[in-house]
Design a protein around this ligand. Structure first.
Ligand SMILES: C[S@@+](CC[C@H](N)C(=O)[O-])C[C@H]1O[C@@H](n2cnc3c(N)ncnc32)[C@H](O)[C@@H]1O
Length: 298
């Protein structure tokens, strides 16, 4: 099989943990190009998908990819955090999936500015309706705010130094392109390629992307709300790609599974996160940092 841009991560594990053989609705909260949804629809002829993506371009691609199943698919251009406010058929839901972060489709598009390996404008918005771009943050935020973004979302030791350098360079030369930010990071971190070491720009770009899209905001409250809205036995799976996200998922699921405050709402189906096999990582490098956690409603 050719490895196309919408190859889903942990496909068999997601299908098995979400127990997708059950008739009903599956909410794909982060549809991307519809890779996981296509698998559900292909494997279960009685499954319906309600899919959401904050990125309109991705949603259009997903629509094309899911065309063979169009009569069982409803799509929304929406932030998943608004799902609880929508009038959906929640009692028919059997599974909920969040596959967080970016798709290769977004990462590979130089004009969107997500990748430090591609020359382009520092945009980084998943939702084009968002007024805040990465360059706006870099050129307008206070030095203190920049340091906070790099420390909290990039877990960078050099957060303060980096913020200071950006603040001083931008006075004469606003930072508007991926090359400028890459160069600045390399100058500052005295970067030399070393086997097995991640490029420091990866964390700088990650931090900015999280801030632009407010990626961690309300993930915990969303999980709690969707679990309360869906019927018993609904399975909720979350795939995260970095420790900041995974920490939120882990703590929220643990809290909802504990009987500390009232009765528990869920049971955890994954005591430890499920990670991709060596084989999958070899075939789909993007999967290397994926962690899947799954719960079942009580
Ligand atoms: C890793 S991709 C999903 C890939 C998908 N599972 C597949 O198999 O094709 C993540 C997607 O989530 C979307 N996304 C990120 N944050 C979102 C949010 N708050 N609400 C809705 N979609 C979001 C991104 O635009 C991206 O398309």
């Amino acid at each position: 099989m050719s490895r196309s841009a919408h190859t889903p991560v942990l496909p068999d594990e997601v299908m098995s943990y979400l127990d997708i053989q059950r008739k009903g609705v599956y909410l794909d909260c982060t549809l991307g190009l519809g890779g996981h949804s296509a698998e559900i629809l292909k494997r279960n002829k009685e499954a319906r998908i309600i899919g959401f993506d904050i990125d309109e371009k991705s949603l259009m691609e997903a629509k094309k990819n899911l065309q063979p199943y169009a009569d069982r698919v409803t799509l929304y251009h929406s932030d998943y955090r608004y799902i609880p406010e929508l009038k959906l058929d929640f009692p028919s839901v059997r599974g909920v999936l969040l596959d967080l972060g970016l798709s290769s489709f977004q990462l590979d598009d130089a004009q969107r500015g997500f990748s430090f390996n591609k020359k382009g404008p520092l945009d980084m918005r998943m939702d084009h309706r968002n007024k805040t771009t990465a360059s706006k943050i870099l050129n307008k935020s206070s030095e203190k705010k920049l340091a906070q973004i790099f420390r909290e979302y990039g877990e960078l030791r050099q957060a303060k130094i980096l913020a200071k350098e950006i603040y001083s360079r931008r006075k004469n030369n606003p930072i508007n392109t991926t090359e400028q930010l890459l160069q600045l990071t390399e100058d500052l971190c005295r970067w030399r390629p070393q086997k097995g070491k991640t490029h420091p720009a990866a964390r700088v770009f990650q931090a900015l992307r999280i801030e632009v899209n407010q990626e961690l905001k309300n993930l915990d409250t969303f999980l709690e709300k969707i679990i309360k809205l869906t019927p018993p036995h609904t399975r909720t799976g979350v795939i995260s790609f970095h420790s900041l996200e995974d920490r939120i998922v882990k703590h929220t699921m643990k809290k909802l599974a504990s009987s500390n405050k009232g009765s528990p709402l869920i049971t955890l189906l994954t005591k430890k996160p499920v990670t991709p096999s060596k084989n999958e990582i070899q075939e789909n490098f993007r999967s290397r940092s994926a962690k899947l956690r799954v719960s079942r409603n009580l």
